[in-house]
Design a protein around this ligand. Structure first.
Ligand SMILES: [Zn+2]
Ligand SMILES: [Zn+2]
Ligand SMILES: [Zn+2]
Length: 148
């Protein structure tokens, strides 16, 4: 009981500290700093509980496994930036606002989702200084398999 409380607290703290949506693998990596013995199955089990309790919300970008962010972040309308090279997702504060002009005449928009793709500051800095920037195109995605 005490152990599971400690695990759950550590998981919630890791998600809150990140301030961005984390994959179960990223949560696992972060939590292992304080709870070294924790397994990925425990991460999944606790995420399920935290989801059921409304403490965290799932962020599911198109074609991606769900990532998790704190409910208080998720309750504000916002968007995400997916860094392709490092496969991390970040918060985007801005919103283009209403997009009524994009919808066909007579259609009514209830909500919208928007994801930006590119390189985070860290990745962009790494690529700076390299001679010729590669032509924009589909980057090879790291094949990440989650073990359940
Ligand atoms: Zn978010
Ligand atoms: Zn928006
Ligand atoms: Zn990056």
């Amino acid at each position: 009981m005490e152990r599971s409380t400690r695990q759950r607290t550590a998981i919630r703290a890791a998600i809150e500290a990140a301030g961005r949506p984390l994959s179960p693998q990223e949560i696992h990596d972060a939590v292992r700093a304080t709870v070294p013995e924790i397994g990925i199955a425990t991460i999944y089990r606790n995420l399920k509980l935290l989801l059921a309790e409304g403490e965290v919300l799932a962020v599911t970008l198109p074609g991606e496994n769900p990532r998790y962010e704190t409910a208080h972040l998720a309750h504000h309308h916002h968007h995400h930036f997916h860094c392709v090279p490092c496969d991390r997702v970040f918060e985007v504060a801005g919103c283009p606002g209403r997009m009524d002009d994009l919808a066909p005449a007579g259609f009514v928009i209830d909500r919208h989702e928007l994801t930006l793709y590119g390189e985070c500051a860290e990745c962009a800095a790494k690529h700076k200084g390299k001679a010729a920037p590669a032509a924009p195109g589909p980057s090879p995605r790291p094949a990440r398999q989650h073990k359940h």
